[in-house]
Design a protein around this ligand. Structure first.
Ligand code: ZN
Length: 435
């Protein structure tokens, strides 16, 4: 009998301590636990494995995040589109998905005709491109879709929101001229940098080059790989090279997030594709009236919205940034004597676009505060007799810090500024406090 024993070595005792601390923290921060505790989402064996059910607060978080995505894509010159959930099997045969990706797809039948449920959003975007004659002046075209996709994962690998069978991608396809490729890639990389900064992650970049089994000419591969490396160099982004790890249809850049526990999570990818424009005969006319092939970029910024939220929950231990918190402020009255005053304060906060609620139960203040802290609510606003007299509320942060009594106007400005703060890091300006 042999027994295998694994050991992990650390350079110093401090490293070992950090490692053990991270293990302990990871258990506490498990997004599945937080999802139940914060009442955000659940999974149901009755409904089917690998598909999340979103509760009111979870759906609110998603809606705020998706609103941000739509606005930010429009601001960066993308157009919003939407394709059907299921498309004829012939189309998947034409794209090569039926041949190469069938095992991960679900199929159905309508009127005796075979259909495939989409695992990717590319095909409808190409069909939109093909509905018009495109000239070199029309390019680049950037189609963005928060696309719901289904991919078959074996039941053994399903894991909370991190590994699911149904998810929403913040997916876009950029169709451009070869001479526009580098600028487009640079634009996507900047977009990723801004969004990663918004959420306060560190990240690593990987470039994957031509695999042995691949299609496309040497010239295509060289040009695309050069466009990717030039864009990375132009932004002075350090990167690792995964030799031969690209998709069969083109090279790609992957961005991996580093979370608070030093774990790596795949989020954004940018992939060059010469194949699909060929297979779907996408063309544009150049300045001389000649037919040319556009290049297609597939790209996501967050990747799967579900998984990104899982990562963000673990990264923040459930204490989401204020702009994304389903409840930004909770008013806690000490006794019924301040009930009316608290109701008025709630109405004022809500009118200012702040997502607030009121805990007016007949419970001890300490109990209410503990519960609000468990709910990870950024601002706890206590209304006692003293506060009522002063016409303000006592502001307590979820960190435990007490800011003292502030007027409602001051509180509103404080919360709005707090929402704005992370966007400054990404060079963006938003007000996401409206309901
Ligand atoms: Zn795609």
């Amino acid at each position: 009998m042999l027994q295998r024993i694994y050991g992990t070595a650390f350079a110093s005792e401090a490293d070992l301590k950090t490692y053990l601390h991270h293990l302990e923290e990871a258990k506490k921060r498990d997004h599945r636990k937080l999802g139940t505790q914060l009442d955000l989402f659940s999974f149901s064996e009755e409904a089917g494995a690998g598909m999340a059910i979103w509760h009111p607060k979870g759906e609110l978080i998603r809606t705020i995040l998706e609103d941000f995505e739509r606005k930010e894509h429009l601001r960066r010159g993308y157009q919003l589109v939407r394709g059907p959930q299921i498309l004829k099997r012939e189309l998947w045969e034409r794209s090569g998905h039926y041949e190469n990706y069938r095992e991960n797809m679900y199929f159905t039948e309508i009127d005796g005709q075979a259909y495939g449920i989409k695992p990717m959003n590319c095909l409808a975007h190409m069909l939109i491109y093909k509905t018009r004659i495109r000239s070199y002046r029309d390019l680049p075209l950037r189609y963005f879709e928060l696309g719901v996709v289904h991919r078959h994962e074996k039941s053994g690998v399903l894991h909370g929101l991190m590994r699911v069978r149904q998810f929403t991608q913040d997916d876009a396809h950029i169709l451009c001229r070869p001479d526009q490729l580098q600028d487009e890639i640079t634009g996507v990389l900047k977009f990723v940098q801004d969004v990663v900064a918004l959420f306060g992650f560190d990240y690593e970049v990987e470039l994957s080059t031509r695999p042995e089994k691949s299609i496309g000419s040497d010239e295509d591969w060289e040009r695309a790989t050069k466009a990717l490396t030039d864009a990375l160099d132009a932004l002075s982004l350090p990167y690792d090279i995964n030799e031969g790890d690209g998709a069969f249809y083109g090279p790609k850049i992957d961005i991996k997030l580093k979370d608070a526990l030093d774990r790596r999570w795949q989020c954004a990818t940018i992939q060059c594709d010469f194949t699909l424009p060929e297979r779907f005969d996408l063309v544009y006319t150049d300045a001389n009236g000649e037919r040319k092939r556009p290049v297609m970029l597939h790209r996501v910024i967050l990747g799967a919205v579900e998984r990104f939220l899982g990562v963000l929950l673990e990264h923040t231990a459930g204490a989401l940034p204020t702009w994304l918190s389903p409840v930004q402020a909770r008013i806690l009255n000490v006794t019924d004597a301040q009930k009316e005053f608290a109701d008025e304060a709630l109405a004022t906060l809500r009118a200012a676009g702040i997502r607030a609620d009121l805990d007016d139960r007949n419970e001890k203040l300490g109990f209410k505060i503990r519960e609000a802290q468990m709910d990870k609510i950024p601002y706890m606003l206590v209304a006692g007799d003293k506060e009522k007299e002063l016409g303000g509320l006592n502001v307590r942060l979820r960190s435990g810090e007490n800011l003292g009594v502030k007027s409602l106007d001051e509180i509103i400005l404080l919360i709005l500024a707090d929402c704005q703060e992370p966007f400054k890091r990404g060079g963006m300006r938003y007000n996401f406090c409206s309901q």
